[in-house]
Write a protein that binds this ligand. Sequence first.
Ligand SMILES: C[S@@+](CC[C@H](N)C(=O)[O-])C[C@H]1O[C@@H](n2cnc3c(N)ncnc32)[C@H](O)[C@@H]1O
Length: 263
Amino acid sequence: MAKYNDLDMKSWKQYEDIYTDSLWIIEKRDNSGAHKGDYHGNFIPQIPNQLFRRYTKMQDWILDPFMGSGTSIIEAQRLERNYIGIELDVDVATAAKDRILNGENINLTTGKVCIGDSRTFNIAGILDEVGINKVQFVILHPPYWDIIKFTEHKKDLSNTKTIEEFLQGLGEIIDNTCQHLEKDRYCALVMGDKYANKELVPLGFRTMNLFLERGFILKAILVKNFEETRGKANQRAIWRYRALASDFYIFKHEYIFVFKKVE
Ligand SMILES: C[S@@+](CC[C@H](N)C(=O)[O-])C[C@H]1O[C@@H](n2cnc3c(N)ncnc32)[C@H](O)[C@@H]1O
């Protein structure tokens, strides 16, 4: 079997901080160094950190087609993985680039921060530029459909009008990015569910299916606790009242799906 990480199993007991259970309860976001945590809709650095240590090796290439504030790229740099990040919004990508290049003074890896639509972005061109054929991990943290509106851009997945349009767009991004993933390596999708019209919309499982339909092997469904936003925390009592008085539960989790590319 191809070795896809740097874990030394002769001394496996040293990896106490690497999760092997499917329930991830993480109390505090890592706000160290260049991680500012101020981008609405970011994920906590512990997610890419755990995934990269488990599924990649030093000097591997990681592709993030929903780069946002660059959380996963900062983690890639810290762990000495190379990176390609793509983000639709110019201002968001520019701020991320500054953070990535100047935030921590780590120069052990190389990478590219790109601005564009991940559906159509010429990734082969970037691979050519950096002199590689394939990447070894793809991390996808798309908008959870329209829960947070990221930009006014037509191509922004958070501006899709229907769930079908959202799934179609995400499917195109999976195709455009994962075609460059090396065989027998891994990708991960981070996704949460939503309510609309008094109905739970299982975005997690609907988007997981996009990978299964494409022949990826499902390796993990990880359930991670959801950090409460400050606004929600202030409204905890009112949400609890509403839930008790009605028939729904308050979301406290999101999913991380891990897939293996086998064909
Ligand atoms: C959930 S956020 C990712 C946050 C990131 N993980 C972080 O920690 O900052 C999704 C990002 O995808 C971007 N986005 C939406 N549609 C896109 C598209 N078609 N191509 C590239 N980026 C897109 C949004 O602007 C937003 O920054």
